[in-house]
Design a protein around this ligand. Structure first.
Ligand code: ARG
Length: 273
């Protein structure tokens, strides 16, 4: 079956209508594969499924549960509830590098959404659509416990700052620690482990992730600076699929209303964030 013919065109401006139609199976609206979906409709790469991509090394937002081999975390729960509110099944693809997520969504054909603790930025909005924000975030600088480093002492060529490539943390370090040596890694876990073992002098990464990681796993690391960048996370969707962005936004709004989002925040952060 060709990719195009498997695309599903879901009708309806309301989530209820989308759920009813999705329940009926594939499109019977006569939409041929070459025509663009009409207002309020959206296409999916796999019929009846919300297919998601992420970089699955960003706890507590996303990580792989070693025991079950399944992804888990805040964003995973959000994706499952999104799918449920949209009357779809959930379909998670294997982890990929963070900086390939926006290009993959832009190119189309592989996944419907990227949900990855992804900050809404103008640069990303030029490439893909971003949903309404669903989490607020900031940056942080992490060093070994007992270290006397400060943002000032770290801004030196002899100091190595580990970041995840393609992230807003990497951008922040480039702009604000211009003299330091930057090490771009493919996951923030590599950055934290390397800082722990003394390979890197500091890590710059999203504050909710560094605080969670220090509490859960890296108890010998500490945050020396919280940086109020005022970031907001959104879900990336192709610009060719505005109906899907609308449906995701509608489902997110319902999840705020019906307490689903608050429950997911309690589950992963022990409080509403
Ligand atoms: N919020 C940061 C950004 O958007 C970091 C996101 C990293 N996410 C991940 N799943 N590794 O650039």
């Amino acid at each position: 079956m060709s990719m195009l013919s498997r695309r599903q065109f879901v009708q309806g401006g309301s989530v209820v209508a989308a759920m009813l139609l999705a329940g009926c199976g594939s499109s019977s609206s006569g939409a041929d594969a070459s025509s663009a979906p009409a207002d309020g409709e959206y296409k999916l790469v796999n019929e009846g499924k919300l297919t998601c991509i992420s970089n699955l090394f960003f706890p507590p937002f996303e990580s792989m549960n070693e025991a079950s081999g399944e992804p888990e975390g805040f964003d995973i729960d959000v994706s499952k509830e999104l799918a449920k509110h949209m009357g779809l099944e959930i379909n998670w693809l294997p982890s990929q590098d963070f900086d390939t997520l926006v290009p993959t969504i832009k190119q189309g054909g592989k996944a419907d959404i990227a949900i990855a603790g992804m900050t809404i930025t103008d640069a990303r909005k030029a490439e893909v659509d971003m949903s309404e924000p669903y989490v607020d975030s900031n940056q942080s600088i992490v060093v070994k416990s007992g270290s006397t480093e400060t943002a000032e002492t770290l801004d030196d060529a002899s100091k190595t700052i580990a970041v995840q490539g393609g992230t807003t943390g990497a951008d922040w370090a480039d702009e604000n620690l211009p003299n330091a040596t930057k090490k771009r890694l493919s996951t923030i876990i590599d950055a934290m482990s390397g800082c722990q073992s003394g390979l890197y002098d500091a890590v710059v990464c999203d504050l909710p992730v560094s605080s969670y990681q220090i509490k859960e796993s890296y108890t010998d690391l500490q945050i020396i600076e919280e940086i109020p960048t005022g970031e907001q996370y959104g879900i990336a969707i192709s610009k060719d699929n505005p109906g899907l962005t609308a449906a995701v936004n509608a489902a997110l709004a319902e999840m705020e209303e019906d307490g689903t989002m608050a429950a997911i925040e309690m589950e992963w952060f022990g409080s509403e964030i």
